[in-house]
Design a protein around this ligand. Structure first.
Ligand code: SAM
Length: 290
């Protein structure tokens, strides 16, 4: 696995992710799974389990998750966070087996297991034992080839694919600042860097590429906007977002290092003073087998 993600960053963005995802698409997935008494989900690149904590509430009956990720630390944090979140809302958490967590919701238990794996090899995914494949903030990392292999493997089993929070390339920091275009260009270049999925990463091309790959395999594809709206009051999120953009841009715009560092400093100050807002556009994509 080539890329590492900071658990604190994933935790910081979780409420913004939750507010951004399209409930209509989540409901459409659940409608598709209506006949499954106890649907089983495979969440690719699950990280700290943010998607499960959001999407699980749409199921409304007992169900099961397999969280798949290559990062052992994030996986362990996912289980801890899952237990804490359940206990906070008054649900018991039990371990019927060493590696199986049950969250006892009033609508039935959520069964949660994890697999540590490099997702680059789609043939290793346990598609035969699930009813739907999900992911959130993953598809901008993968290559078109990987997506086509996944779509073909899923079509064979008629599995729906739900991919939330795919960046679509439009992002804006407010107020505008000299250097915005430079940082945006460097950030976009970084998004296309090979992230270990067998080719150039899709970056902002992800929503269109998912659509192409699944339509080519006979799927009906529905898309919905899911923008991050980061208000001035969300100082830490606005600051981390700006600094992340600068860090990514620095990898590619080497001749503009000084300008990018100045931009990052000004943006960090603005965030400290509660004067930095941002909007990052994403799309959620749901692919339903015919
Ligand atoms: C942007 S994070 C998203 C995490 C989570 N879905 C969320 O929305 O908070 C991408 C996740 O993909 C995982 N990942 C990236 N490349 C991977 C690979 N080749 N194999 C397994 N996991 C990978 C990372 O460890 C990380 O947890």
């Amino acid at each position: 696995m080539d890329e590492n993600f900071d658990g604190d960053w994933l935790a910081l963005r979780e409420p913004f992710d939750a507010a951004a995802r399209s409930p209509a698409l989540a409901e459409a997935l659940m409608e598709h799974l209506d006949e499954k008494a106890r649907p089983r989900f495979l969440d690719l690149g699950a990280g700290t389990g943010s998607l499960t904590r959001w999407l699980g509430h749409f199921v409304g009956r007992p169900h099961a998750w397999v969280l798949a990720d290559g990062d052992a630390e994030l996986m362990s944090r996912a289980f801890d966070t899952m237990m804490d979140a359940a206990e906070e809302i008054g649900w018991a958490a039990t371990w019927p087996k060493k590696k199986t967590l049950l969250l006892h919701s009033p609508h039935g238990a959520w069964r949660i297991e994890g697999i540590l794996a490099d997702l680059a090899a789609t043939e290793m995914l346990p598609l035969e034992s699930v009813d739907a494949v999900t992911c959130s903030a993953l598809c901008d990392l993968v290559s078109e080839r990987w997506l086509h292999a996944l779509a073909a493997a899923m079509a064979w089993r008629k599995l729906p694919f739900y991919a939330a929070l795919n960046v679509s390339g439009r992002e804006r920091f407010t107020p505008p600042l000299t250097g915005d275009a430079l940082v945006a260009r460097g950030f976009a270049r970084d998004q296309r860097r090979d992230k270990g999925f067998g080719g150039i990463a899709l970056g902002a091309g992800a929503p269109a590429a998912i659509t192409r790959a699944f339509e080519a395999n006979g799927y009906r594809v529905i898309r919905a906007p899911s923008p991050w709206i980061i208000p001035r009051q969300a100082r830490e999120m606005a600051q981390e977002l700006a600094l992340g953009h600068a860090e990514a841009a620095l990898r590619h715009e080497r001749r503009s290092t000084r300008q990018i560092r100045e931009w990052a400093e000004k943006r960090a100050d603005q965030a400290d003073w509660g004067q930095l807002a941002a909007r990052v556009d994403h799309q959620d994509v749901l692919c339903l087998p015919a």
